[in-house]
Each structure stands twice: as structure tokens, then as C-alpha cells.
Design a protein around this ligand. Structure first.
Ligand code: SAM
Length: 284
């Protein structure tokens, strides 16, 4: 089977099926063998692994995954890609293609059926318009996960990786870092895709924690606090969480908690570490 990472092979198959790119599905297909190899080696795929690929496109990465993994499940929303995938993946008997919206698929069930409930690996060149709901859905639904190795918009990768005191630090950074250790493994320019995206891209690997890095009594409360703090990031923490709708925390209570944590009353959410948000959540 021709290597679809080579641009002329991708173009040939797209022409054969008269395929029209759908902007609404964030379709930017990879046409760079070096980048594909980098993703695969960052994901450390072995014959023992069950891999879920989100948005296989014409199957460029799926072919490589099928050659290394024990089992591959690929979820693709665009039904026009299904006949193409039938052709490009025909040599492999360890791949299942599901024509569905990834946000509607029960991924926990896939892990159960295909991997006996053991942790699976996620590998994808993600559709950028739904990066955050996909990643947060995986974490919040407690899908058994070993790692997530994905191509995302460069700025989003940076937001996932940064710590306190930087302009990109926010609710996404804290949520990702509660569940996993993030590492940007490659920056990828637009000319590695067809069609070219208008933004820069990066590959990030999230290695999921068995034991969480901080202990907190009520996870949901901590994330509600985090969201409220960054909703109005120019405000002090006391003002943004004190009296925020739905939280039920008065300004006085927020100020008292900060004092117990030996933080100044003027501190902003962007200065707090994950461990400090966990402590604050347990105090208020
Ligand atoms: N993996 C291919 C590659 O690297 O060449 C394609 C990547 S492209 C950036 C994103 C893919 O995700 C497209 O094939 C698109 O149709 C698919 N997609 C978009 N939204 C989706 C959704 N909600 N559920 C599943 N697949 C989706």
C-alpha cells in the first residue's frame, strides 16, 4: 500500500474519489513523513497497545498505527471518507473504523470491548475546532487512558503546558495538569498539511497520571473555582470567586481562606498553582 505521508500519494487518492475538503470538520491532512514518525515515536506504540485515533481522514496515520499497535479504533465523522478508508486500510485486520462524531461516542465502552477495560492510548491530528471538548471529555468521563499524543494548534499546546504567572496560564492548563503530564514534542509548520491551516501547530503528549499530583476533597468544586477565577482574569481572586453565581462563596470567606494560605488579599487566580487551588477549594 502506498505511503499516504508522501504528498503525491495523498493527492492521487483524493482525486480518485473526487474528495472535497470540509472546512467545518477542520480537515487538514498530514503530508509529511517526518512529522508522522515523530507522532508515532512520541506515542511509544507497541504490539500490546489498543489505540484510538480521532479523525483518521484518509488513513495516513492509521496505516502506521495499524502496523505497530495490537488494535486500532478510528472514529471519523465525515461519511465521504469511509469508502476511502475502506481502500487505504484494506491490508489491515486490526483496524475498526466507526463513522461517528467523537463527542457522541462512548469511549469507555470501546476500551472495555477492545482492551478489556485496560488503559488505551489516544493518537490524533485533532480537528482544531473541538480540541478542548475532546480532551476534557476524555478526562472528565474517566476513560481509562495511558496517554494522549495529539496535534493541536500551537497556542493551545502552549496553554496546556505553561505554569502560573504566564499570560497563557488558565483553566485548560490546570485541568490538563491535574490529569496528565504535558510535553510538547514538536512544532509543526502549516506546509506539512493539505490544505495548509492558517495557524501553527504542535504535537503534545499528555502522559496520564495513575495517582493525581494533588489531593482535593471535591474535584468539581475545585474546577468551578478555577473557572470562576479565570472568567475574569484581571480581577483579584476575592472579587472573581466571591459572590460568583453558583459558587456560594462570600468575599469574606474567600479573603479568610487566602489569609490562611498566607496569600495576599490582592492575589489573582493566574498566580496560583494547582496545589494552591486544591488547598483553597478544601478551605472555602
Ligand atoms: N488524521 C488525518 C491526518 O492527519 O491526515 C486527518 C486529520 S484532520 C486535522 C481532522 C479529522 O477529524 C478529519 O478527518 C475530520 O473529518 C475529522 N473530524 C472532524 N470532526 C470530527 C468529529 N466530531 N468526530 C470525529 N471526527 C471528526
Amino acid at each position: 500500500m502506498a505511503d499516504l505521508g508522501i504528498p503525491r500519494n495523498t493527492i492521487e487518492i483524493l482525486q480518485k474519489y473526487n474528495f472535497n475538503f470540509q472546512k467545518k470538520y477542520g480537515q487538514n491532512f498530514l503530508i509529511d513523513t517526518n512529522v508522522l514518525d515523530k507522532i508515532l515515536s512520541a506515542a511509544e506504540i507497541t504490539g500490546e497497545d489498543c489505540v484510538l485515533e480521532i479523525g483518521p481522514g484518509i488513513g495516513t496515520m492509521t496505516q502506521r498505527l495499524a502496523e505497530r499497535a495490537g488494535e486500532v479504533v478510528a472514529v471519523e465523522i465525515d461519511r465521504n471518507l469511509i469508502p476511502i478508508l475502506e481502500e487505504t486500510l484494506s491490508p489491515y485486520d486490526n483496524v475498526t473504523v466507526i463513522n461517528e462524531d467523537i463527542l457522541k461516542v462512548d469511549i469507555g465502552r470501546i476500551a472495555e470491548e477492545k482492551n478489556g477495560g485496560r488503559p488505551i492510548k489516544i493518537v490524533a491530528n485533532l480537528p482544531y475546532y473541538i480540541t478542548t471538548p475532546i480532551i476534557m471529555g476524555l478526562f472528565e468521563n474517566h476513560v481509562p487512558l495511558e496517554s494522549i499524543t495529539v496535534m493541536v494548534q500551537k497556542e493551545v499546546a502552549e496553554r496546556m503546558q505553561v505554569g502560573p504567572g504566564t499570560k497563557d496560564y488558565g483553566a485548560l492548563s490546570l485541568a490538563v495538569q491535574y490529569y496528565a503530564k504535558p510535553e510538547i514534542v514538536a512544532n509543526v509548520p502549516p506546509n506539512c498539511f493539505i490544505p495548509r491551516p492558517t495557524v501553527g501547530s504542535a504535537v503534545i503528549r499528555l502522559t496520564c497520571y495513575g495517582k493525581k499530583p494533588v489531593q482535593v476533597t471535591d474535584e468539581r468544586k475545585m474546577f468551578a473555582l478555577i473557572r470562576a477565577s479565570f472568567n475574569q482574569r484581571r480581577k483579584t481572586l476575592v472579587n472573581s470567586i466571591g459572590n460568583a453565581p453558583g459558587l456560594g462563596i462570600s468575599k469574606e470567606k474567600a479573603a479568610a481562606a487566602l489569609e490562611r494560605m498566607q496569600l495576599p488579599p490582592t492575589v489573582r487566580g493566574e498566580a496560583l498553582t494547582l496545589a494552591q487551588f486544591a488547598a483553597l477549594s478544601d478551605l472555602v
